[in-house]
Write a protein that binds this ligand. Structure first.
Ligand SMILES: [Zn+2]
Length: 279
């Protein structure tokens, strides 16, 4: 009997031992299982990283698109001049006693004999199409030549419609027929009438100038101007793009070439895009 008891106790101990051993084995397996899971997770994370990157790019793209749609960004295009200039005077700035002609006649192409107001509207209409295709809301100060809208009235037009940006399209002319290249005019930093719009106008001009350079358009630079009525009356960030010199034979011809017009207007539109992308 004693032996039997001992045997039972021994068997019990053995069973207990086997059970404990198998338990610890299971315990050991658990971390192994966890480890393999972790590796799997890491792989998933790598996949997710790539996915996230693509998603982020897509997100940024969508954000810009949404920004355009949500914010309903309005760009005002002012095609410079009109069929007949108006030499009657208007105040150069709100409340100023200094006066300037309402709207001047503009330049004429030495090669094309085309008046500037026609060139300006031709290119402005191309710019409108490009901007609309990019999702911007576009307003125009004029869509025909037979209008009489002064420079202050053009600025007020954009102010009243809460435009986000005004781009004024012009072409240059000089007695020196050798001079070529585009430039951008912006309000002056030191002008009390344009303090609030200087910074943003300057930012826009830099992006546009950069895009023009990238498109191999000859760019002479960005110049601050205090004497421009359309700037002084503007509550909206504004630039003038002087596309080139109508007083230079070749540049005049080039500015009437629709491919060059598209290239220049695309660079303006891309510059506007860049501003909003980086905002
Ligand atoms: Zn002009």
């Amino acid at each position: 009997m004693k032996n039997k008891k001992n045997i039972i106790v021994m068997i019990s101990f053995m069973l207990f031992g086997i059970l404990s051993l198998s338990k610890s084995m299971i315990k050991e397996e658990v971390p192994t299982f966890n480890n393999s899971k972790n590796i799997e997770n890491e792989n998933n994370i790598n996949d997710e990283d790539e996915n996230n990157e693509n998603e982020q790019k897509e997100d940024i793209k969508n954000k810009i698109e949404n920004k355009k749609q949500d914010k309903n960004i309005t760009i005002c295009i002012d095609a410079g001049h009109q069929e007949k200039g108006d030499s009657n005077l208007e105040a150069k700035a709100p409340g100023s006693s200094k006066k300037k002609p309402r709207v001047s006649q503009g330049a004429t192409g030495v090669a094309t004999k085309k008046p500037e107001y026609i060139l300006n509207l031709e290119t402005s209409l191309i710019l409108r199409e490009i901007l609309q295709n990019k999702g911007y809301n576009v307003i125009m100060t004029r869509e025909t030549h037979d209008v009489n809208i002064s420079n202050s009235e053009r600025a007020i037009f954009a102010n009243e419609r809460n435009a986000d940006f005004v781009v004024r399209i012009h072409a240059d002319s000089l007695n020196d027929s050798s001079k070529t290249g585009a430039c951008i005019l912006i309000p002056s930093k030191n002008n009390k009438y344009t303090t609030s719009i200087y910074e943003t106008s300057s930012e826009f001009s830099k992006y546009i100038a950069e895009e023009m350079k990238n498109s191999n358009i000859k760019m002479n630079g960005i110049f601050e101007r205090e004497d421009i009525t359309g700037f002084n009356w503007s509550k909206v960030p504004v630039v003038i793009v002087e596309m080139g010199f109508m007083s230079n034979y070749n540049e005049d011809l080039m500015m009437s070439d629709v491919n060059y017009q598209k290239k220049m207007m695309e660079s303006i539109a891309n510059g506007i895009d860049k501003y909003f992308e980086n905002k």
